[in-house]
Ligand binder design. Sequence first.
Ligand code: HEC
Length: 243
Amino acid sequence: MKKQLVFRMCVTAGLAAVTSVALMTCAPKNGAQATATPASAERGKYLVTVGGCNDCHTPWVMGPQGPGPDMNRMLSGHPSVMKIEAPAKVDMPWMWAGDMTMTAFSGPWGVSCAANLTPDSLTGIGAWTQDVFIQALRTGKHMGKGRQILPPMPWENMKNMTDEDLASIFMYLQTIPKISNQVQEPVAGMMPPGGMPPGGPGGMPPGGAGAPPPTMGGAPMPPPTGPMVPATPGGPPMPVKKK
Ligand code: HEC
């Protein structure tokens, strides 16, 4: 009786191991469950279109139907002619702002400017390898090993893509028209993820566990000036209805 039970348990464990090996071969490295589709520039075009990359990486202009991305400057990033010197001033409850081209973003992290994703080798990603591209989006670090990639770049969502999908995006981006546009460096803010090192964003080390606490260019962060969080968890106090 006892022997039989042990045997059954072994068979079950064996089957489970076989299944998980089979699953592992088609799941992306990070463990998310997705079926791999072979990499191609065509699939990359599809993913860039549905992935909303143009919303932030293509400068917006006013058109007859209202504002929209200027596809003559497709994915060329924040225009260099619109230099941004300081974060936007917004009042509570507002936290962040976008510039008129929808390619620069201001928030507690400072100012971030969407990168030039065209294959221009000096100002875009023409000199990047596919591996560098995938590492950047998997790790959230500039080119896979530099400073933290700032919000609102949604790399935390994109890191769950399969290797094939990330490769497809890279392959497609290498086929789009080259546009020379040197995107400016970020402007230091109050609280970028991982903390800003003394000296500003230029020399940001990778953040993470060992990163210094958030500072403003070396100076300690001032305490919040107003009520930064609602008095009650989950939202501002609701007026109580009297019976
Ligand atoms: C909500 C806005 C937003 C969307 C949507 C977005 N990005 Fe970004 N992206 C940014 C910003 C802002 C930066 C610059 C961040 C920085 O400088 O730290 C950036 C930076 C990047 C970088 C440079 C990373 C590095 O190593 O420095 C790549 C590559 C990139 N984005 C690819 C994409 C792709 C591909 C898509 C679509 C699937 C996409 N982004 C969608 C805002 C966005």
